[in-house]
Ligand binder design. Structure first.
Ligand code: PLP
Length: 357
């Protein structure tokens, strides 16, 4: 068909499966295994639906103010969106407009190249070193912007604040986006660097550490001027991105810091325990500071384990991609869920070694 020539072609991002059956152990999309803060359910139960007649606050001001207070920044430094994917997409569109290639790691969040292709932004990837670390020197070449997660995904590895700063410092002519989707599980945030660098944009999400993937809330913090440009693009695209319930319920999650610390603390403790158990079973992995472990087995190919787990209704994430095709990304669930995973793996590793399969 002739009209197809004029279509914007895109190769979409592939998200982890949502099986939608009961009794599945779902460790494949880094969701939180615990419910959102109790105040979220409380407010949801008494929500006044009459207010849904009206458009929501277009800047999400209530949520912006709660986040500004929590992170000790000005409201003018905060931008909220429909998950951090929305925030990142807006940021790509706004800041990566030079025509020069943007830089990101070769093994990283697989949405970056999708947005780059969609927005026709050229890009170049920089190889992680043999221990899966980012090499700051790679980010000294001419470029149109930089983006990387810290901790990185799917490795879970954290980079030191010195290395993050080295990258920002070497790139003061472009915007550097640090995607901190997993920072609440023991990472070090680049937030203190905001005082020194006006080219830094820090993106975070409520989907993982705040247990609200279903509501779609993401945000970023940066210099007022950066946030201003981001708002100009957002208001040229869709003024009312965030719905009213998300704005109101998001505030409840931010306000309950005790619950936030309790649940992220539990996930960290479970992660550390699971690391020890996986090692005993012959798995190795980069030392994760996130809510997942990127593990490969000494003897059994990752794809084979992935299929066996899936048949046992335990979902983890596997990519048949260069460099990472022998690793599984295993989300940290509850202790009970992880025990079921470990129990399965114990039997599986033993029988597979014996050639019984
Ligand atoms: C999960 C994730 C996101 C996006 O999460 P949202 O649900 O859209 O907030 C962004 N970056 C990384 C690295 C992620 O893992």
């Amino acid at each position: 068909m002739k009209w197809e020539e004029n279509v914007r072609k895109a190769v979409p991002y592939v998200a982890g499966e949502q099986p939608g059956r009961p009794n599945v152990i779902k460790l494949n999309t880094n969701e939180c295994p615990y419910p959102p803060a109790p105040g979220v359910a409380r407010l949801a139960a008494q929500m006044n639906c009459d207010n849904l007649r009206l458009y929501p606050n277009s800047k999400g001001e209530g949520l912006v103010e709660a986040l500004a207070e929590y992170y000790h920044v000005k409201p003018e430094q905060v931008f909220v969106g429909v998950g951090s994917d929305d925030v990142l997409a807006m940021a790509f569109m706004t800041f990566f407009h030079s025509g020069k290639p943007i830089l990101f790691p070769d093994v990283t969040y697989s949405f970056y190249d999708v947005w780059a292709d969609l927005f026709r932004i050229p890009y170049r990837t920089c190889a992680l070193d043999h221990e899966w670390h980012i090499c700051p020197e790679d980010y000294r070449q001419p470029n149109g912007g930089v983006v990387f997660p810290n901790p990185n995904a799917p490795t879970g590895l954290m980079e030191s604040l010195e290395n993050v700063e080295a990258i920002i410092q070497a790139n003061e002519d472009v915007v550097v986006i640090v995607d901190e989707a997993y920072v609440d599980f023991g990472g070090t945030s680049a937030l203190p660097l905001l005082e020194k660098y006006d080219n830094l944009l820090i993106v975070q999400t409520f989907s993982k550490s705040r247990a609200m993937a279903g509501l779609r809330i993401g945000f970023c913090i940066g210099n007022e001027k950066l946030i201003g440009y981001l708002n100009d693009v957002k208001f040229s695209f869709n003024s009312y991105t965030m719905n009213l319930p998300a704005q109101l319920l998001g505030v409840e999650a931010v306000r309950d810091d005790a619950y936030f610390r309790e649940t992220t603390g539990k996930i960290i403790a479970t992660r550390e325990r699971v690391k020890g158990e996986l090692k005993k079973l012959g798995f190795s992995f980069p030392d994760s500071s996130a809510n997942f472990i990127f593990a490969s087995h000494a003897k059994i190919p990752a794809e084979q384990i992935f299929r066996a787990l899936r048949e046992a209704d335990i979902y983890v994430r596997y990519w048949n991609k260069p460099r990472i095709s022998n690793s599984l990304r295993i989300t940290i669930g509850t202790d009970e869920e992880m025990d079921r995973l470990l129990e399965f793996l114990q039997k599986y590793v033993k029988t597979t070694k014996n050639g019984e399969m």
